[in-house]
Structure formats: structure tokens, C-alpha cells
Write a protein that binds this ligand. Structure first.
Ligand code: ADP
Ligand code: MG
Length: 320
């Protein structure tokens, strides 16, 4: 480690901590590895995601938003498991040491980590093309995690919020052509996604399967269908649309646009009452968009229950 790297770690990263009593972190930044202690009857839930410059965020994205988003996408994975986020590590590859950039980046990271009382417990700092990898760990009661593979035939499938906004934000920031409404709203949804952590926690014991939407509604619904060895039927008319004036385009974005970090989850009939109580208390809009069926794959139905070609939604186009 060079002196420069040591300085960067000391000055910026060693301060991102939100736990006053360190009982659950016997050893954090500064040694060869960190140590955390897990509460009794809990198991560890771990995820990791990398953001590369120009691939996972547009090249002119602010340092603040890069820091924020790198953590938010990981929080979303923990949310989709129904777990409580706790500790994270941060690997940064930086082309140079730019203090203003590092300050803003750290602020984005610190603002979101303080919201969830997370602790940064280690990482690695290297020189190279701009790339950020966060590994986030949390915990959940043993055997309670929400997985993709437990959807049951007859379950209703629900969506939090609305999908498509982030893809509109991306199109806006890349081309500046779509903006027929408040652009800032969509660009913000791209750069500062809101992980649905509280919703995920409330769904434990209620939802059968759950996934966060990073690839797009159709693609991620298919992940649940495949993992659960069943199919999913979505009702086009029930799917909430992003607020742009062109309805056809709004549908394409809602079904195929990625990066929204909402949750989709399935609930069986006997848990419907419990879900209704969650919906009543939640500040989010939670919409029933279809159901789990025997026939494998994804099907989208129009209002006459007729199957619609998925290519209608630019499914292939947005898929990558
Ligand atoms: P080592 O050579 O043993 O891998 P490093 O010099 O890479 O140690 O790191 C020294 C300490 O600083 C370690 O505790 C490591 O986890 C921490 N650290 C390094 N980079 C970061 C970072 N970007 N964010 C948080 N902690 C970091
Ligand atoms: Mg190291």
C-alpha cells in the first residue's frame, strides 16, 4: 500500500461508520480482515455488485451519485431477500486521487449508509479505470430469506412502485430527447434508486418468492418463473406506467427498462390478508400485476385475456 492509498483510506473511507456501540464489529478497517459477530439464530446474507464507468452509469454521472448508487443497488439485493443490511466492504479502482471527487463520492456513500446505519468495515483501494465494487452483508432469521424459487402456482404477483422510470432517465441523460415531463425525476430515479428495504423486511413470512428489478420487469419476472419451475402471467392493463405522454413507449419502458430496483413478489391466497395490512401501512403503491401459473415462461395478456407478443414491448431491444 502506498502512502497515497493509506491517506485516501484514512481521510475518506475509515469514517463511514454508524454504529455507536461496536459490539457486533470486534474488528473493522485497519487490520488484514474485519470481524463481525452475528446475532443468535440469524444467518448471514451477502451480495456484491460492481459499477463500471460508462457501463453501469453514464460517464458524466456525479461522484455523489456514483457513491450513492453503488450502495443502493446492493441494498436492493438485500431488500429482495427480506434481510437487514449491516456491513459493507468497498473496492475502488481510481484513475487518480482527486480530492473533490473523493469527497463527493464519500458523501453519497455516507448519506445512504447512515440512513440504514451501515458500517464500512474494509475494502481495497487501487489505481485503474474507475470502478466501484461494494459487497454488502446483512442478516435474517435462519431459513426465512425470500428467494426466487418459492413461487407457488396460484400466487398473485405484486410490484412495488413503477418500473421504466430509470430507463427513461437513461435515455434522457444520453440523448436529451424524451423530456416531455420533469426530466429530473427520471434522471434521479436512474442515479439515486430507492432500495425497498422496509418492504422486503415486511414481506418475510408473507411473500413466497421475491426479486428486485435490475434487468427489467419481464426479465426479472422470468427469473422467478424459471427458478420456481412455473410460469407468470402478467395483465398489461394492471401494470403501472411511467408518466410520459406516449402510452406505447411508456409500456415498453415499464416492461423492458432496467435499473429501477423495485421489488416483485408472489403471495399465496392464505397470506392475502397479511399483505393487505402491509399495503395499508406502506407509503409505496403496491399493485397486483398478474399471477403464477403452471405453463412455463412469461405471458402478457391484454384486457381480453389474449396473449401479446413480447417483442411488442421492445423486450429484446432493452434486454441487454
Ligand atoms: P492489505 O494489504 O492487508 O490488503 P490494505 O492496505 O489493502 O491491506 O488495506 C488496509 C486496511 O484498509 C484494510 O483493513 C482494508 O480493509 C482497508 N481498506 C482499504 N481500502 C479500503 C476502502 N476503499 N474502503 C474501506 N476500507 C478500505
Ligand atoms: Mg488490500
Amino acid at each position: 500500500m502506498s502512502l497515497l492509498e493509506f491517506d485516501v483510506i484514512q481521510k475518506y473511507f475509515s469514517k463511514i461508520t454508524n454504529t455507536n456501540n461496536n459490539a457486533d464489529i470486534p474488528l473493522a478497517i485497519g487490520d488484514d480482515a474485519a470481524i463481525v459477530s452475528l446475532p443468535e439464530n440469524k444467518e448471514l446474507v451477502i451480495c456484491t455488485d460492481t459499477l463500471n464507468d460508462g457501463i453501469h452509469f453514464p460517464i458524466d454521472t456525479s461522484a455523489y451519485n456514483i457513491g450513492y448508487k453503488a450502495l443502493a443497488v446492493n441494498l436492493s439485493d438485500i431488500a429482495a431477500m427480506g434481510a437487514t443490511p449491516k456491513w459493507f466492504t468497498l473496492n475502488v479502482s481510481l484513475p487518480s486521487v482527486n480530492n473533490t471527487w473523493l469527497q463527493d463520492f464519500t458523501k453519497g456513500l455516507a448519506d445512504l449508509s447512515s440512513q440504514y446505519k451501515l458500517d464500512l468495515i474494509g475494502g481495497d483501494t487501487t489505481r485503474g479505470p474507475l470502478s466501484i465494487t461494494i459487497t454488502l452483508a446483512g442478516h435474517i432469521n435462519k431459513g426465512q430469506a425470500l428467494t426466487r424459487s418459492c413461487a407457488g402456482i396460484g400466487d398473485k404477483i405484486y410490484l412495488s412502485g413503477c418500473t421504466g422510470d430509470a430507463a427513461i432517465g437513461l435515455a434522457t441523460s444520453l440523448t436529451n430527447v424524451i423530456g416531455d415531463t420533469a426530466d429530473d425525476y427520471f434522471v434521479n430515479r436512474l442515479n439515486k434508486p430507492t432500495a425497498r428495504v422496509e418492504l422486503g423486511l415486511s414481506l418475510v413470512g408473507v411473500a413466497n418468492a421475491c426479486i428486485d428489478i435490475s434487468d427489467g420487469l419481464l426479465a426479472d419476472a422470468l427469473h422467478i418463473a424459471n427458478a420456481s419451475q412455473c410460469g407468470i402471467q402478467l395483465n398489461l392493463e394492471s401494470i403501472p406506467l411511467p408518466k410520459i405522454s406516449n402510452k406505447e413507449q411508456a409500456r415498453q419502458y415499464a416492461l423492458s427498462g432496467g435499473d429501477d430496483y423495485e421489488l416483485i413478489f408472489t403471495v399465496s391466497k392464505n397470506k392475502q390478508q397479511a399483505l393487505d395490512n402491509i399495503i395499508k401501512k406502506s407509503e409505496l403503491t403496491i399493485t397486483c400485476i398478474g399471477e403464477v401459473v403452471e405453463k412455463k415462461g412469461i405471458e402478457v395478456l391484454d384486457k381480453n385475456k389474449k396473449s401479446i407478443q413480447l417483442s411488442m414491448f421492445g423486450y429484446e431491444h432493452f434486454k441487454q
